[in-house]
Design a protein around this ligand. Structure first.
Ligand SMILES: [Zn+2]
Length: 147
């Protein structure tokens, strides 16, 4: 792996953490709070090619939740030795809340990982014709009014 590839990989992961398209670094991954776009508004890179690809993000989130909860549990146990019921309430609450707070970042990271493994790119039949996201939304509204 060359220095340039390492920097490009880190740039893609950083774009994922920032919830941006890892292909161009500009387009947003999410259209609304819990609705991910199918393609990038700037470069038309398709974020997900197969059904259920989001499961990778679930694994990522679950693994990080487990590691943090176990590390927190044992750290707190060694440091303060709180009652077990308090520990369980704290870390079960954490395990329920953290995946919801980490949802977007996990999806972004998973899209970046998909990009790094060759799964995020514009569709081959796509003809490059840049349209601003605002113009796309206006066109979609016009189409919706006609129907
Ligand atoms: Zn893009």
């Amino acid at each position: 792996m060359s220095w340039g590839q390492l920097v490009a990989g880190l740039r893609a992961l950083w774009a994922g953490i920032r919830l941006r398209c890892p292909y161009c670094g500009r387009g947003r991954l999410f259209e609304r709070a819990f609705h991910m776009r199918a393609t990038c508004a700037y470069c038309d890179a398709r974020f997900s090619r197969a059904r259920g690809e989001f499961v990778g993000a679930v694994y990522l989130s679950s693994t990080l939740t487990l590691v943090l909860a176990l590390a927190g549990f044992f750290s707190l146990e060694a440091w303060l030795d709180p009652p077990l019921a308090l520990q369980l309430a704290l870390w079960i609450g954490f395990a329920l809340l953290f995946p919801m707070l980490f949802f977007h970042t996990a999806r972004g990271l998973w899209v970046a990982i998909a990009y790094l493994t060759g799964g995020v790119y514009p569709d081959p039949d796509y003809e490059r014709q840049w349209v601003s996201p605002e113009a796309r939304r206006a066109a979609a509204k016009r189409r919706a009014r006609r129907e």
